[in-house]
Design a protein around this ligand. Structure first.
Ligand code: NAP
Length: 459
């Protein structure tokens, strides 16, 4: 080993340690931001190490790639709003997975005949996972962005067709593994993997997309780890494995939060078959005036705020904190109830509220806060819908049946802040809005909250 190689291996070690520490720090909102910086530092170290320790044939393409990637990445980071982060992440997965697949194809073209069986197996795995993650992530991004309809796309015999594609893909993989000289087996596997990625995601409704996303994240990580085996690159193996397994653990946690079985997710056949049977709401939504809502809040003992996607779109995190502080100054106990999939990405609400300096000790997870709703005077639902839909608990035929919810309907009184009669992400009707304990305060969440704060001051 020469000096450059030593330097490269040392930077890989530093990068791996930084990745592990960053993951640890990202598990808590208070340290998550620092964790991100550590991960960025790790990635930077790995890039520098690779450039120093590798025999570079030409810098032209590397510099062009760095410049183009930085411009696109920087532009996306600055312009994409927080609410569109899931589709942005899906695009990143697609690019990462495509990179893994392209490296694999390059290795196949140049070195396939001289590879050992283990490396060849890793190469096939990398290309197969990389290709299916690329198209699967592009479909997920399209669904989340609303370019492709969010409804499940289904047809008769879909499962049989998917099974045939899957078996064809796996058979070509093994054929390529045993006979690397049969080029057609490799390209058949590649084509079927691209098709399988599409078929895997189209039957899934957008309400289940968070789980799909974290699962695709896991696939992209595993593809990167396989690339590491093919190239003999330790940092890729470590980073890919961390990504692959943390993505998988996140998928399992989110499955739990949405009551989806991980087996169904793995085989891509979930979130699609149950017909909606909305509860006959049989009532009307009752509107509440600003002054009446302010009165209820000002004279309450316990108030729980339930933030959802609408709070994020309205950027109402500062307004809710101001109202909460005002109520607290009047002796009201205020808590925030955080559903694990409220908003559009895991941790969305925690990040927003932390940005507005809401104390972390005021945030309560679903399991902690649910038993407290019966003793809550007013639950204020701010732009949340699916995560407070009692049909998930009460109606076994509902599309979201079994998804754990924040049981705000058990509070003494519920005030829902939303703009109008719009539905939630799942597109389902919400019987909560028709319950006798519920009243609606229509308007943009941010202006409703600011007006409420003004009105509370005059009570
Ligand atoms: P939601 O079900 O999407 O409902 C959001 C509600 O906010 C809508 O009913 C909308 O009604 C209202 N709204 C929108 N803009 C508003 C504004 N400016 N001011 C006031 N209200 C506004 O949100 P959620 O209850 O947070 O549920 C999250 C959903 O997203 C779940 O179905 C979850 O599975 C899914 N999801 C979650 C993740 C994740 O990882 N967290 C990722 C992807 C998808 P109006 O139009 O009437 O205002």
């Amino acid at each position: 080993m020469n000096l450059n190689t030593y330097f490269m291996e040392a930077t890989y070690l530093v990068a791996s340690i930084l990745f592990i520490l960053s993951l640890k720090m990202m598990s808590h909102p208070e340290t998550a931001r620092r964790g991100m910086f550590l991960a960025e530092g790790g990635m930077f170290a790995a890039i520098i190490g690779t450039l120093v320790g590798t025999n570079i044939i030409t810098w032209t393409w590397i510099i062009a790639g760095l410049a183009l990637g930085s411009i696109i990445g920087g532009w996306m980071a600055v312009t994409v709003p927080m609410t569109a982060m899931p589709q942005r992440t899906a695009l990143s997965h697609a690019f990462g997975a495509l990179a893994a697949a392209l490296v694999g194809i390059g290795e196949f073209v140049v070195h396939a005949s001289e590879m050992g069986t283990v490396t060849r197996g890793a190469l096939g795995f990398e290309v197969m996972l990389g290709a299916l993650t690329t198209t699967g992530s592009l479909i997920a991004a399209g669904k989340l962005q609303g370019v492709i309809g969010g409804k499940p796309i289904q047809f008769r015999g879909q499962n049989a067709v998917n099974l045939v594609i899957f078996l064809g893909m796996v058979t070509s993989f093994f054929y390529f593994w045993a006979h690397p000289e049969v080029v057609v087996a490799f390209y058949t596997m590649l084509t079927l993997a691209f098709v399988f990625g599409v078929m895997l995601v189209i039957p899934i409704g957008s309400a289940d997309m968070p789980v799909v996303m974290s699962l695709l994240n896991s696939y992209a990580g595993l593809a990167a780890a396989a690339t590491g085996f093919v190239l003999g690159n330790n940092v890729l193996i470590i980073a890919g494995t961390l990504d692959g397994f943390s993505g998988f653990i996140l998928s399992v946690l989110m499955c739990k939060a949405m009551n989806r079985s991980i087996t169904n997710v793995l085989f891509g056949g979930f979130g699609s078959v149950i017909a909606e049977a909305a509860t006959d709401t049989g009532g009307v939504m009752r509107e509440i005036s600003l002054d009446d809502a302010a009165m209820q809040l000002a004279f309450a003992n316990r108030v729980v705020f339930v933030p959802g996607y609408g709070l994020a779109t309205a950027q109402a995190q500062h307004a809710v904190r101001e109202l909460a502080e005002l109520l607290e100054s009047r002796g009201v106990t205020v808590k925030y109830a955080i559903h694990p999939v409220a908003g559009r990405m895991p941790g969305h609400m925690n990040v927003l509220l932390a940005e507005a300096n809401v104390p972390y000790s005021s945030l309560y997870e679903m399991e902690q806060i649910n038993p407290e709703f019966p003793s809550t005077d007013v639950a204020v639902v701010i732009g949340a819908n699916d995560v407070v839909n009692p049909d998930a608990r009460d109606n076994p035929k509902s599309l979201i049946a079994g998804m754990p919810i924040l049981e705000v309907d058990r509070a003494k009184s519920v005030i829902v802040l939303k703009r109008g009669q719009g539905r939630g992400f799942s597109g389902l009707e919400n019987p909560l809005f028709y319950k006798p304990c519920t009243t609606m305060l229509y308007g943009d969440a941010k202006s409703s909250l600011s007006h409420l704060a003004q009105a509370v001051q005059h009570v």
